[in-house]
Design a protein around this ligand. Structure first.
Ligand SMILES: [Zn+2]
Length: 425
């Protein structure tokens, strides 16, 4: 079945395109991009007054399968992704069992083929069982289709193990996605350490816990002549370190999440467990630094850190609740409303950070662009559509999202994966 997308404002940052064009899709690929294409046999999509972008790629999501299907599974995460405008999502390895071997990677890939509407890229663990001690068989995992390694949720404390991981990863042409946290400093922390943590009487996680590991891993990356991607950057200090590293041409990239760009630690005054997240919501100066980092290009990627938990798990005292925000279905509208529609970040830059940059970092040559021959993965946006976030309407199994009730302007309205419309269904 051929698909013809007519009259959309086509924005493709990889070719600096921003004009009204038609796109013809055949057999899962883009076959023609130009003004006024005629194709009588094709299914028509009228994209007038809409923005047509390369399919959005979320580099950072927790799908919870295998092992924690009460929170989420591959099918529901993929539905949430499709509704949220994502055509590809990366699955973090802190599942049960951990994705630290070929068996789990192959399970995720084969289940995704059967049940997922979007493309799923499994990220494998750097160390066995995420224990930070013994490296996984990274070569075997890479040959099974893994493009990135991460111990996300935990941070490797042993610098020698991290050094070896960076060396192997470079050899395998993969990338390390780094959750930066010195666990001796973060300890029993529940929120950002600062004025608000003292006011609310909650144990703090100091910025230094993140900054120290960002600094260490930039140093190790330079020494190993490798590359690294810093997950969920959250502090002013880390922004400074990444900026300096880039200036010195060290191969470091970084991502930021919508919640770290929009919320600060003062929001925790009501002790809502849906705001408990790691790294924690930081101070206002950190939020400002992060937004500036996006404007400057110090932050490369926007990612959700989708971390679903059941209602029961979050409905406990603040100190007992797990860390995490369910984010796939709100990320794009939050970023369009708060960054693009308020003219803080240009639309083409936003699209670059959520499609072409992630594709580049993951080495996905046929994704993140709208040229002829590329995969027909597309996200269509309506910049004027107004929505009210309602967690009861989520496709995700979980509801732990702090933006419930927020009115936002701008939303994904159609998601196309390999030439197939997966949202709306
Ligand atoms: Zn993390």
């Amino acid at each position: 079945m051929r698909l013809l997308i007519k009259n959309g404002r086509v924005i493709d940052p990889s070719s600096r395109t921003d004009e009204t064009l038609d796109i013809l899709i055949d057999k899962g690929k883009i076959v023609e991009v130009k003004p006024k294409i005629e194709a009588d046999d094709a299914q028509l999509v009228d994209a007038s007054r809409l923005v047509v972008a390369p399919g959005f790629i979320d580099m950072h999501a927790h799908l919870r399968e295998p092992g924690q299907e009460d929170k989420e599974d591959i099918g529901t995460a993929s539905l949430a992704a499709a509704k949220g405008g994502f055509t590809s999502i990366c699955a973090m390895p802190n599942t049960q069992p951990v994705n630290d071997n070929r068996g789990v990677t192959e399970y995720i890939l084969s289940e995704a083929k059967k049940r997922a509407l979007v493309t799923i890229f499994p990220i494998a663990a750097i160390t066995k069982n995420l224990e930070g001690e013994e490296l996984t068989d990274m070569a075997d995992l890479a040959s099974a289709g893994v493009r990135a390694f991460s111990d996300d949720g935990k941070c490797i404390q042993n610098s020698l193990v991290m050094r070896r991981a960076l060396e192997y990863s470079n050899f395998l042409q993969t990338v390390i996605i780094d959750h930066c946290e010195d666990s001796n400093l973060s300890q029993e922390g529940l929120m950002h350490e600062g004025f608000c943590s003292h006011l609310f009487g909650l144990n703090g996680i100091p910025s230094a816990a993140e900054d120290i590991m960002v600094a260490r891993d930039i140093i190790l990356t330079e020494a190993a002549r490798s590359r690294i991607h810093i997950a969920h950057l959250s502090t002013r200090g880390a922004v400074y370190l990444v900026r300096e590293a880039k200036r010195r041409k060290i191969r470091v990239t970084a991502e930021a999440t919508p919640h770290h760009l929009i919320l600060s630690d003062s929001a925790l005054e009501n002790y809502s467990t849906n705001l408990k997240v790691n790294p924690p919501l930081r101070g206002q100066e950190d939020v400002r630094a992060l937004v500036e980092a996006i404007q400057e290009g110090v932050v490369d990627v926007l990612a959700t850190d989708h971390a679903p938990h059941t209602v029961e798990e979050k409905a406990v005292e603040f100190d007992r609740a797990p860390f995490g925000i369910d984010g796939l279905e709100t990320a794009v509208s939050l970023l369009l409303d708060r960054l693009v529609n308020k003219n803080i970040v240009p639309l083409s830059r936003f699209i670059e950070m959520i499609s072409s940059k992630p594709a580049q970092i993951l080495g996905l040559k046929d994704k993140g662009r709208l040229g002829v021959g590329a995969d027909a993965d597309l996200t269509i946006l309506n910049l004027h559509k107004e929505i009210v976030v309602d967690v009861q309407e989520f496709c995700s199994k979980s509801r732990n999202n702090p933006f419930h009730g927020w009115k936002l302007k701008g939303a994904p309205v159609m998601t196309i994966v390999a030439g197939r419309i997966v949202y709306p269904s």
